[in-house]
Write a protein that binds this ligand. Structure first.
Ligand SMILES: Nc1ncnc2c1ncn2[C@@H]1O[C@H](COP(=O)(O)OP(=O)(O)OP(=O)(O)O)[C@@H](O)[C@H]1O
Ligand SMILES: [Mg+2]
Length: 451
């Protein structure tokens, strides 16, 4: 019996057997519906083309027999559309390997597609804090970064987008400073064009910093209200009067841009949800992040998770759009045997990046003469080293090479991070979060030299 993962390899095989026929089309969509069943969508002109139409009916029949039960009865297996973009209907699509004019269209039950990747923002830099596993100190590190940047005189805008388990705002705001509304309120009101009034009352300033300012946009307001009912609606697309459909992540991006214009921050910090989740997908791929911090605990669960994500980007041909913005953060690095722990983490991180996101460096041709060290331990003739986006395992500037955040007992099991940050000093922050914060400042070229 054929299973889901075998569908596309078989489609590729069958179409390859008919490459010359397929090449005669302007476009061809392989539509995989919500149940994982395949249809072909062809340009309308083919329906009346007595030469090509029967050829594609034959192709679908062959395909249907091979991928059953993931096919329709042959007479329902082909659809015709005037226009490719209408047929796509904003679903995720990607080119089929080996074909120039064939795209796979995946209709998903969720909006979280993890591809394509929104280009980097041209406004103030946005830094997303993401992790595959929860509870790794993401929000704490974000709060410490916000605190340090504000102490250096920066205007920092923070979004709590961990909507399903909000908490960051209470780390940065005392209860009396919580604003009336939050991101969920805005997203729900926006559906009925009622969100403008929210903007005045969804940002609060944190009293933690003396010099700069931390502006916090919480997931919900001081009174969460019917939070669960609102949460169930935040990822609704908005259908405008002209029938145009605006996906929820585009709405979120509109909110972020709007607040950036109001606040004029030097930097925007976004606390994402953990895991391969719908809201996280938006934070990582749709918000035009400048820098994506991928928090990692050493262990197979972390690396398997990142591998799944990176392979998805590779398959969707979007790896090049995102890989230069990634950086691994070694989370909660234990107090004992730090060098060994970090070495292992770096080795496993490198393994995943080299298998998925880094370009392969072609092996030296057989007539290579040398030896010349390419800096990566290989000895080739210089003119035979093929250029590519690749790094040495020990290269500190590489995305796989972690910025560590150290486990420290003063942060473990805290009752109130807000209380902790009120009494913290710069030296303490530096000793725990220093490499991460320094890395963020240098990468964004923020010139907070004395931090
Ligand atoms: N550097 C640290 N050293 C020790 N404990 C820490 C450190 N950072 C955070 N913690 C503790 O670890 C726990 C989880 O931290 P935090 O809430 O920041 O993680 P998170 O990754 O944001 O979690 P979630 O996925 O639930 O949002 C908290 O009890 C926090 O006090
Ligand atoms: Mg958190």
């Amino acid at each position: 019996m054929i299973i889901f993962d075998q569908i596309l390899p078989i489609v590729t095989e069958v179409l390859n057997d008919h490459h010359s026929v397929v090449d005669q089309l302007d476009w061809l969509l392989i539509n995989r519906d919500l149940n994982g069943r395949i249809r072909l969508i062809l340009p309308e002109s083919i329906e009346t083309d007595d030469g090509l139409r029967p050829r594609f009916e034959d192709i679908y029949r062959t395909l249907g027999e091979r991928i059953a039960p993931h096919a329709f009865p042959a007479e329902h297996g082909i659809l015709y559309e005037a226009n490719k973009d209408i047929a796509l209907q904003s679903a995720a699509s990607r080119p089929l390997e080996g074909f120039k004019k064939v795209w796979v269209v995946d209709r998903l039950a969720t909006e979280g597609k993890w591809a394509p990747i929104t280009p980097e923002t041209k406004g103030p830099p946005r830094v997303v804090f993401f992790s595959i596993k929860g509870g790794v100190g993401r929000s704490t590190a974000l709060a410490a970064t916000a605190w340090t940047l504000a102490e250096a005189g920066k205007r920092v805008l923070v979004f709590d987008l961990d909507l399903e388990s909000p908490g960051l705002s209470s780390s940065l705001l005392s209860p009396d400073r919580q604003p009336a509304h939050g991101i969920t309120d805005w997203l729900v009101e926006d559906l009925v064009n009622n969100a403008e009034m929210m903007l005045e009352n969804m940002i609060a300033t944190s009293g933690l910093s003396q010099d700069g300012e931390i502006f916090v946009v919480p997931a919900h307001g001081a009174d969460p209200g019917e939070y669960i009912s609102k949460l169930g609606r935040v990822w609704m697309p908005k259908v405008c009067d002209e029938g145009r459909r605006e996906p929820w992540s585009a709405r979120l991006l509109r909110l972020i841009s709007n607040l950036e214009e109001r606040i004029c921050p030097d930097v925007v910090l976004i606390d994402s949800r953990a895991g391969i989740d719908e809201v996280a997908s938006s934070c990582v791929t749709d918000l035009g992040a400048t820098l994506l911090l991928l928090f990692a605990l050493e262990g197979s669960q972390t690396w398997n998770g990142y591998r799944i994500l990176f392979e998805h980007w590779q398959r969707a041909h979007v790896a090049q759009d995102i890989r230069e913005r990634l950086k691994i953060v070694a989370a909660l690095v234990p107090e004992t045997e730090r060098p060994t722990y970090l070495e292992q983490l770096r080795e496993h991180s490198y393994g995943v990046f080299i298998d998925t996101l880094y370009d392969e460096i072609a092996p030296p041709p057989s007539d290579a003469v040398g030896p010349v060290d390419d800096g990566g331990g290989r000895t080739w003739r210089v003119d035979q080293i093929v250029e590519g986006w690749n790094f040495d395992e020990a290269d500190e500037g590489a995305p796989h090479h972690p910025w560590p955040v150290y486990w420290h007992r003063s942060f473990a099991g805290l009752r109130s991070l807000q209380g902790r940050l009120l009494v913290i000093d710069a030296e303490e922050v530096r000793s725990i979060f220093g490499p991460l914060i320094r890395g963020v400042i240098d990468t964004l070229d923020m010139g907070a030299g004395h931090v």
